[in-house]
Design a protein around this ligand. Sequence first.
Ligand SMILES: Nc1ncnc2c1ncn2[C@@H]1O[C@H](COP(=O)(O)OP(=O)(O)OP(=O)(O)O)[C@@H](O)[C@H]1O
Length: 253
Amino acid sequence: MTALEAERVRWAPRGRLVVDDVSLRVEDGATVGLLGPNGSGKSSLIRILAGLRAPSSGDVRLDGNPLAGMSRRRLARRLAVVEQEPATSQDLRVRDVVALGRVPHRPAWAPDSTQDRAVIEEAAAHAGIADRLDQRFSTLSGGERQRTQIARALAQEPEILLLDEPTNHLDVRHQLALLALVRRMPTTCLVALHDLNLAAAYCDQVFVLSQGRVVAGGPPAEVLTESLISEVYGVRARVHHDEGVVIRFLGPL
Ligand SMILES: Nc1ncnc2c1ncn2[C@@H]1O[C@H](COP(=O)(O)OP(=O)(O)OP(=O)(O)O)[C@@H](O)[C@H]1O
């Protein structure tokens, strides 16, 4: 099992500080939420943690080993990422998109093995798109595309899964099913979320970003206070602790 950590990570494209001195650790096997308002740096940080972008300074480590020294293929056997708007060839069938998750696990140009096909079908079933495998990706609904990308990441059989707002196109049942699945899996997972109630219900830990900095981190019941929500999001809220944490939003400040 695997832990992912960032130490003093900064990213400043053309002098604009987007990720500002972020240190965090995603513990082995945990489901960790990455929260923060629009533009606070969640997607940028996820890309850096996934090795898709080099930080301007600081380090990202997987089990203590710097990501910077790892080959793409080796990293892809261990870590999968679902970005907000992933680039996918629009002409592929859903099955082919999910099968991309198997590429790091087999020799170049080798066809799908029986085991690959079993993993692809299981991933599709977990993501709720088993009945769409023969459909063209371009003809899917927004939520089905999102679930296809999640199936592709699951087919990668990663030890670490990074998900950037995976619930934004999903109806409420699929939102709950996805987070329940992520929580149930032994995979270490970092998930960027806007819905603070979902984060409270499904995450072991949350980190809150504001203007590129981590302003709070810990169990949701400790972090998601009325004062934090007002300071970071500019929203008045009531936080109830009777049946887990339930947040009721009263309005903007
Ligand atoms: N390549 C870039 N050059 C300059 N600024 C950038 C670049 N990429 C992102 N930014 C800026 O960095 C900030 C953080 O963007 P990011 O997408 O990481 O935020 P986010 O927290 O994921 O937002 P959202 O919740 O809206 O998806 C934004 O203000 C964005 O405009």
